[in-house]
Design a protein around this ligand. Structure first.
Ligand SMILES: Cc1cc2nc3c(=O)[nH]c(=O)nc-3n(C[C@H](O)[C@H](O)[C@H](O)COP(=O)(O)O)c2cc1C
Length: 168
């Protein structure tokens, strides 16, 4: 799929078929994530790849908007290492990596949705506990991934009012 088409047709997909996501696709998603830009090229990200059913099913117990994980064969938790990127730039870096996963998933014919974790203090702590994440690493979000069981039309969000030319 062409890049602009992959960006413009991406939607949040929350329903999946029982089909597994192949290791080749998993690798491509992770490569896309790590191709993201990062401040000073620090690449402060870590990715927790979850396929274990119990671990996936445990997340909706503490994350209120993640029920689709009970159907998803795969999730990737995007985490930022605050010892590698000591300013808030880790948030930008990991967000860029997350968006790359979403676009790559769409380009590969997969369906995915970004589940926010940061900056919710309680959900961060619960995610840390659930996955054994160390204190200097912050889970930014979780990407739920599978083969789509739902189709959504591309949105048209272009809004000229949000475009400011030369000055505000
Ligand atoms: C930072 C962030 C956090 C989000 N958290 C959730 C979430 O917890 N659960 C969920 O179902 N969708 C979540 N979403 C997806 C949004 O609801 C979705 O992107 C938005 O409604 C626009 O729809 P679209 O992605 O289909 O274009 C999140 C998106 C972002 C960027």
């Amino acid at each position: 799929m062409e890049a602009i088409q992959a960006i413009m047709s991406r939607r949040s997909i929350r329903k999946y078929t029982p089909e597994d996501v192949s290791p080749e696709h998993e690798r491509q998603l992770l490569e896309a994530a790590m191709a993201a830009p990062s401040a000073h090229n620090r690449q402060p990200w870590h990715f927790i790849v979850i396929r274990d059913r119990e671990t996936l099913d445990g997340i909706p117990e503490f994350h209120g908007y993640s029920k689709m994980l009970k159907e998803a064969p795969l999730a990737i938790v995007v985490c930022g290492d605050t010892e590698v990127q000591t300013t808030d730039f880790w948030i930008h870096d990991c967000s860029a990596a997350t968006e790359n996963i979403l676009i790559a998933a769409n380009a590969l014919g997969l369906g995915a949705v970004w589940l926010g974790v940061h900056p919710g203090k309680e959900v961060i702590e619960n995610t840390r506990k659930h996955l054994g994440i160390p204190d200097h690493v912050v889970p930014l979000g979780i990407v739920s991934i599978g083969h789509p069981a739902a189709e959504k039309p591309p949105g048209d969000r272009y809004n000229e009012e949000r475009v400011h030319r030369d000055k505000w």
